[in-house]
Structure formats: C-alpha cells, structure tokens
Design a protein around this ligand. Sequence first.
Ligand SMILES: *Cc1c(COP(=O)(O)O)cnc(C)c1O
Length: 366
Amino acid sequence: MNKIPLLDLKAQYQSIKEEIQEAIDRVFASGQYILGPEVSQLEEEIAQYIGTDYAIAVANGSDALTLVLKAWDIGAGDEIITSPYTFFASAECASQVGAIPVFIDIDPVTYCLDVGKIVQAITPKTKAIIPVHIFGQACEMDKIMELAHKHKLLVLEDACQAIGGKYKGKKLGSLGHASAFSFFPTKNLGCYGDGGIITTNDKELAEKLKILRVHGSNPKYYHSLFGFNSRLDAMQAAMLQVKLPYLDTWNNKRRYNASLYNKLITNPKVIKPQEAEYAESVYHLYMIQVKNRDSFRTYMEKKGIATGIYYPVPLHLQEVYQDLGYKEGDLPICEQIASRAVAIPLYPELTEDQIKYIAESINAWQ
Ligand SMILES: *Cc1c(COP(=O)(O)O)cnc(C)c1O
C-alpha cells in the first residue's frame, strides 16, 4: 500500500481538470481578474446554497471574520466570546479590531463551544459570540441565538470548516447574524489559492461589507470609511463555480467514509468522533483521541499513514494572548482534548481498501 496522506488535493483536481481549465481560459480571456461578474455569480450561488439573502466574497476566511466585526463597529474594549479550540483566526479577528477574545471551555463530545458556559462569560462589554463549527461539526445554534437575543449580542458563525454542514436540517452559515467561510485549498470547498465569503440576511450589513472590502470606497475613489483590500479573484470565483455543484457529493463521501471508520475502528484505546443528534457534520477532519498520542503517530507513520495534530496549543495558552491572563488548567476540557486529539486521513477520494487498512492498523495498535 502506498503512503496515505491526510488529504489528497491532486486526486480531486484530476477528477475535474477539464472544467477547471475551461474556467481559467474563460477568465483569462475576459480581461477582468478581480471581482466582476464571475464573483457576483459565485456570490449568488453561495447565497442560494446556504440559504441566505446575501453573500459577499472576500480575500480569505480570516478577512471574512474581521470585516464583519469591523462592519458591526466592534472595537477597543469590546469583548467577544469564542472557542479556545480552533484555528487562530477565530480569535485573531477580535484582536485585529482591537477587541478582546474571551475563551470559554468546549463540549467534550462536539468540541464546539460549551453553550452552558456562555452566560457566565457575558459582561457589559460583551458584543458578540463567535461559535466555531469545528471539524465540520455543528454548534448548538438554537441556544446560542436564544442567549444572543436575550443579551443583545451579535452572532458570527465561523463556518470555515463546515460548508454544507447542517444544524437541525438548516445549513450552517444561515443561523447567525452573519457567517464566515474560507475557500483555503484544504477546506471542504477549496479554491486554488486564498478565498473567503460572508453570508447574511442583513441587507445593510451586506452593503457595508461590499464597501469595506474595497478600501471603504463607494463609488471608487470616494471613501466614506477606512476599509481593506480584501477582494476575491475572478479566477478563484470561476473555479469555485465549477466545484460548488460537486460539494454535496464530496461531503456525502466524507460522511460515508466517516461512517466506515466508526464501524471498523474498534480499538478500545481510541475515542471516535461523535455527531451531535442535531448535527449533520461534514467531517472536515476525522479526529480521534488517544492518550499516548506521540507513540500512536510514530506507529501510524511506520504503517505509511499520515496523521495531523489540530490544534497543538489552545488559543488561551498562545504566547500572543499571555496578557489576557489565562493559565494552564483554566479550560481543562479543551486542554485535555488538545493533548489527545489526532486527525487520520479523511477525504472524498479515499478508497474503501485504504479505509480498511487504516482501521485495521489502528485496531492493531497497542
Ligand atoms: C481556515 C479557517 C479560518 C481562516 O480561513 P483562511 O481562509 O485561511 O483565512 C478561520 N477559522 C477557521 C475555523 C478555519 O478553519
């Protein structure tokens, strides 16, 4: 058996190569390379797919988060409640606008924000909650929206890892006041470079975001705000239009592969991921937990199977957040999971033979 990578982006490209080449040719011949009709078309398609009134394409998922906070006038001294167990950008966006991320512990089953811990973190300075649909799993959105309503907070879903995922049958990214998606190549819907998009039903917000992404100008060269240079390339938009119709098939394949792992992995030393009863996860990553992670990874490497750690350092313990005053032990569930969690290969193109080999290898690990 050849070495099995965590993710194989080349295999996916091969399966849609002709269509991607056509899209590239179309954009190159058009003479319009940034924003324009390709991007508007993608925005319409994504809004329709997610089920929101608006979608605003930007340069990447991190900007998608930051621009929303900026548009909401969140800034110095404001607090934003978010997860400590996520990619850095989920909290960095708060810091980028001068606000303070407030980390609360996660749910041991879903690895998402523990909604039972939100209320005690709310202060008069709290302005927003950023629930992160981590690894494709869904946060408990009804409870989050209920709390947000009660305490007059805004909710920005970080759906960067969860495009196509569902909560109680509704698409993630359609439940908060605004949502951020990333098209980073490794995401479930990835482009061939950087890209991101914001979804929302709020017309005023959508209009402001379109101004913010072009230096706060409307029309061009007339600036009413300080904004950003955060635009999506036409080429990325054209290629994403090719890929979007395949997304559900790819996500279903991920779910099927995850179901095979769930069935085939029987080693009692391994904790498998669990889908919340309200969720339809899109398994951005298939995360297992093992106590002896280093030895597990060495063993898997010898078997020719790649593994990955997401994320080695919880955000509240990152060097850059030392000033916030968190210490080890403050968020024990997150810290324990971060020390045990490891991703095994999961992508649509993984074959059943590969999955069986990986599961058998894991079952033989002592
Ligand atoms: C990838 C990711 C981001 C950032 O997206 P980029 O496109 O890389 O800027 C933000 N949050 C989460 C949870 C992510 O996984």
